[in-house]
Design a protein around this ligand. Structure first.
Ligand code: C5P
Length: 221
């Protein structure tokens, strides 16, 4: 077991966990792991290579040799800046499909643990507290109602000049939650020792503060 501290922040899509995790990492001066990006990169690499997303061995081989790099807020796949490309709906959908394949999750396991470097790590995803870092001292499970999460995503899309349907977003959100929660390997669920934080009626700043307060309390234990 590593002595390097880890804070895990898990939760469903658009719960705000990425933004909260990044800000908590900055406040503590810790490294930050966006594990969802690794699944998105795997899906993108497979799609670009013409590997079918249900070809478990083929996709796992891509995951095992993923030429991924995170640098100053940008995400690279070999020599290509794919920061925006991995956020496309089709890639998110692909990520959620490849994430259900056990060989793909196994291929990404050690890679995720390798991000645990001094002075500490904040890791966000679906199984950070349950599977990847079960010994983390601080675990948070961030939720918000599907309606609230869809409204947040709707606002982001409209602000970026895209058209969007709130009703379709609520349906997408529920479908992705159902797939992440029902899958056999590493399903989305809170670790028994996680703090449950419902952000339906909570702003980002308040959520960041709640995580930092919880971390401080855990350190005292
Ligand atoms: O968090 P994000 O939406 O970027 O993740 C994309 C997809 O990757 C999710 O829908 C989920 O299926 C999968 N994922 C996962 N385990 C993680 C992180 C993401 O299964 N730790």
């Amino acid at each position: 077991m590593s002595r390097v501290p880890v804070l895990t922040i898990d939760g469903p899509s658009a719960s705000g966990k990425g933004t909260v995790a990044e800000r908590v990492a900055r406040a503590l001066g810790f490294h930050y792991l966006d594990s969802g990006a690794l699944y998105r990169l795997t899906a993108l690499a497979a799609m670009q290579a013409g590997v079918a997303l249900d070809d478990e061995a083929g996709v796992a081989a891509r995951a095992a040799e993923l030429p991924a790099r995170f640098h100053e807020g940008r995400v690279w796949l070999a020599d290509a800046d794919v920061t925006d490309a991995i956020r496309a709906e089709a890639v998110g959908e692909g990520a959620s499909r490849v994430a259900a394949l056990p060989a793909v999750r196994a291929a990404l396991l050690e890679r995720q643990r390798a991000y645990r470097q001094p002075p500490g790590l904040v890791a966000d995803g679906r199984d950070m507290g349950t599977v990847i870092f079960p010994d983390a001292a601080t675990k948070v499970f961030l939720t918000a109602s599907a309606q609230a999460r869809a409204e947040r995503r709707y606002k982001q899309l409209i602000e970026k000049g895209n058209s969007a349907s709130l009703r379709a977003l609520v349906a997408d959100m529920q479908a992705r939650d159902a797939r992440d929660t029902a899958r056999a390997v590493a399903p989305l669920r809170p670790a028994p020792d996680a703090l449950l934080l419902d952000t339906t009626h909570m702003g980002i700043e308040a959520a960041v503060q709640a995580v930092l307060d919880h971390h401080r309390t855990q350190q005292g234990n």
